[in-house]
Design a protein around this ligand. Structure first.
Ligand code: PLP
Length: 382
């Protein structure tokens, strides 16, 4: 279904146009002895299993592709109504108002602005390991620091310890749920209780980038707490389950006054693009597509789990589109480099988790490359 005729025709047309343009250029360089194939401008080069960025290669959905084609024809115009439309859709879904929502160029835009807002008031508190890429702005801009909880053997987030660590210096506590890179989900009841308590002391940010990949995603979200009026920011993105990472659309849900504060830092209208918004609108309630992606992700996770076990390793029980594999004695950066020699791209070391390796669930054939390369690489590394 997703390699539908319309999509194939669309892609073939685009590839043919690209090849004609580039090959014309190469043919004119008659003296060149060796033809150097141009790297594709978009996506991974052919033959490379790109399993290092938690993308969903099954996207964009056919509906999103069609909408992008239409919207791109109006690319001369700044975005306006499409932003309003998407905010209304999200608000309606959660019983909120459009003023509770800030749409950004990926969730990174809102997350960065939220970190700046927090950093101007104090420090950000997080677990030892979470997706801190945007929060690091507070340290880069010397606004404050990221305080981290001690590392836990279980890799879970200790919410009691987190609550106890909220002191006067902390302006925001941040969790990634499910967490990246561990792939672990926090118990929903514990998360709700924590958010209600902690948000009385400081802002709570729950980054739910992978929420829609989990089973029973609504139960795993704290968006209802925003509706109840708590000082909670929830980040969501179209980059993961919707397969639109390159189209750059994400959003924050929070109290309207918090949204207004965050939007002062340049998030919103001028950071957005017509095609990305069109794709997001067309995808938002496309449950057939999302179910399909979830089933592919599960299939891939089962393949990786089986391969990991067969090779005497273990992995954390992920509910996301990536898995955190314990390499035992082996070094994750060396493992990454060895995997790269097999044309399989994965992540290297996180912080001081030197023997933990993250692999994303891409196309099944790419995950197959990972599982086939695994015994070879482990053998080479001795
Ligand atoms: C947990 C988490 N949050 C946010 C992001 C940023 O995604 P985007 O800016 O594409 O929405 C990522 C990207 O990998 C992520 O893993």
């Amino acid at each position: 279904m997703h390699k539908s005729l319309s999509r194939r025709l669309f892609l073939q047309g685009a590839t043919a146009a690209f090849s004609a343009a580039t090959m014309g250029g190469l043919a004119s360089a008659a003296s060149a002895k060796e033809i150097v194939r141009p790297k594709p401008l978009y996506g991974p080069p052919p033959g490379i299993a790109r399993l290092n960025s938690n993308e969903n290669p099954y996207g964009p959905s056919p509906a999103a592709l069609k909408a992008m084609m239409e919207a791109s024809q109006k690319g001369a115009y700044y975005v306006f109504d499409s932003v309003i439309r998407l905010k209304e859709m999200i608000a309606e879904r959660h019983g909120l108002t459009p003023e509770h929502i800030s749409i950004g160029s990926g969730s990174s835009a809102g997350l960065t602005a939220a970190a700046i807002v927090a950093g101007r008031k104090g420090n950000i508190l997080g677990p030892d390991l979470f997706w801190d890429t945007t929060s690091r702005v507070v340290e880069i801009q010397e606004l404050g620091e990221i305080k981290r909880l001690p590392k836990l053997e279980s890799m879970q987030i200790d919410l009691d310890a987190m609550y106890a660590a909220i002191d006067d210096s902390v302006s925001m506590v941040q969790v990634t749920n499910p967490n990246n890179p561990t792939g672990l989900l926090i118990d929903p009841v514990a998360m709700n209780n924590f958010c209600i308590k902690a948000s009385k002391k400081c802002t709570v940010l729950s980054d739910e980038a992978y929420n829609e990949i989990t089973d029973n995603s609504d139960a795993n979200s704290v968006i209802p707490l925003v509706k109840q009026g708590h000082d909670i920011i929830v980040a969501r993105t179209f980059s993961k389950i919707y397969g639109l990472a390159g189209m750059r659309v994400g959003y924050l849900i929070a109290q309207p006054e918090k949204i207004a504060e965050i939007e002062k830092y340049g998030v919103g209208w001028y950071g957005l693009n017509q095609a990305g918004l069109a794709a997001a609108i067309a995808s938002y309630e496309d449950h057939t597509f999302m179910d399909y992606c979830r089933s592919k992700i599960k299939e891939a996770r089962e393949m990786v789990s089986a391969a990991v076990k067969e090779n005497g390793l273990t992995a954390l029980p992920s509910v996301t589109n990536f898995m955190f594999v314990n390499l035992g004695e082996l070094n994750a950066e060396t493992f990454r480099a060895e995997m790269e020699k097999e044309n399989v791209h994965i992540r290297g070391i996180y912080r001081d988790y030197t023997n933990w390796s993250r692999v994303s669930m891409g196309f099944i054939e790419d995950v197959q490359k990972y599982t086939s390369a695994l015994p070879k690489v482990l053998h080479r590394m001795g």
